[in-house]
Ligand binder design. Structure first.
Ligand SMILES: [Zn+2]
Ligand SMILES: [Zn+2]
Ligand SMILES: [Zn+2]
Length: 65
């Protein structure tokens, strides 16, 4: 029995050419997890998170009741 080829990635990262299963929601280019921002779902070319990243201090751990 041959398993159906369902594990093949649908895309290839346009930046590092690694297998990817996602695309940039902004330019719709293929981007792997390393080059796709988890916050805005954009590729590193479109992501503005780093540019607009504010050096806000890390808050203390909230009290978990
Ligand atoms: Zn990549
Ligand atoms: Zn993009
Ligand atoms: Zn981002």
């Amino acid at each position: 029995m041959t398993a159906p080829r369902s594990s093949l990635p649908a895309f290839t990262c346009s930046i590092c050419a690694e297998p990817s299963t996602r695309i940039c929601t902004w330019c719709t280019k293929d981007a792997c997890d390393n080059h796709l921002c988890a916050h805005c779902l954009r590729c590193s070319d479109c992501c503005d998170c780093e540019l607009g990243l504010d050096p806000e201090p890390q808050p203390a751990k909230p009290p978990i009741s």
